[in-house]
Design a protein around this ligand. Sequence first.
Ligand SMILES: Nc1ncnc2c1ncn2[C@@H]1O[C@H](COP(=O)(O)OP(=O)(O)OP(=O)(O)O)[C@@H](O)[C@H]1O
Ligand code: SF4
Ligand SMILES: [Mg+2]
Length: 320
Amino acid sequence: MNNILEVKNLKKYFDVSSGTLHAVDGVSFSVKKGETIGVVGESGCGKSTLGRVLIHLIDNTDGQIVFNGKDITKIDRKELSNLRKDMQMIFQDPYSSLNPRFTVYQTIAEPLQIAGGFSQQEISERVYKMMDTVGLARRLVNSYPHELDGGRRQRIGIGRALILEPSFIVCDEPVSALDVSIQAQIINLLLDIQEEKKLTYIFITHDLMVVKYISNNIMVMYLGQMVEFSPSEELFEQPLHPYTKALLSAVPVPDVEHEKKRIVLKGEVTSPINPKPCCRFSARCAYAKDICHCKSPELIEVNPKHKVACHFAKEINGLE
Ligand SMILES: Nc1ncnc2c1ncn2[C@@H]1O[C@H](COP(=O)(O)OP(=O)(O)OP(=O)(O)O)[C@@H](O)[C@H]1O
Ligand code: SF4
Ligand SMILES: [Mg+2]
């Protein structure tokens, strides 16, 4: 098996004043080395929390994360610091994730200094090489984040994430804060680097066209749960979950012949605090029946690669 990551029944709950918030609630999937998994879903559905838990920036509440054959939810401090070298995150807003008092050099060099074991000479060589890799002119080495535009700031964030040569990267909305004109440059940079360094990506985004373009597989999340997981093309051709159908119906289609009817979701989004045992989409689902309001649907395999969590997925989609 060439799975770099296997996630089993992963949960992350937060204690809040009115109860327990189920930010990630029983998510299971696996990731092959070198592939990109796109993660989509509405704001607040748990995408960033999932990303943070996966690379151990925050502890999980329950479940397993097996990375390169080892359950990383049970590791000690020393192993965690080794893990940092192999798993990194690229954030949405490069401005708030960069230290404003650090120059480009200091920002990219810092992870090497924290990891230790590198001479000043080695650090300098690596930083300049990384600036070349991420397309930052060497003359900017002493610039501060506020002196640079959003695209360059994100290039610094990418350089900092890559400097320890990780194999697994969570990209959390890496282009959402950037001008549209710069978004494609950064996406293409991430794709080029992925190919060159054989990286594995979890790519979180609101932008369905981006996710279609870059992902091998796509995970659709709804209120902390995975409601559908499918190869990218298959998801766009045949979305099975009513929520996925609604989400994809909102994507503009360039080809008018294929114009789709937009599905407008009605009803309140259920609270992620102390959720009841039901389908969390039931309050907004046009296909909901009694069972949906009292029983949480299991994930079913429509084929070995395409999974969906809906009591009526087969009926709704005319599958046997
Ligand atoms: N530290 C925290 N303490 C309490 N609740 C939290 C915390 N972090 C996240 N949450 C809650 O967990 C849920 C998931 O949040 P998360 O940020 O993961 O969503 P998201 O899908 O990344 O949203 P967005 O698309 O807006 O970035 C939300 O209800 C959020 O309020
Ligand atoms: S389980 Fe029921 S409410 Fe949930 S998506 Fe399927 S039909 Fe809709
Ligand atoms: Mg987020």
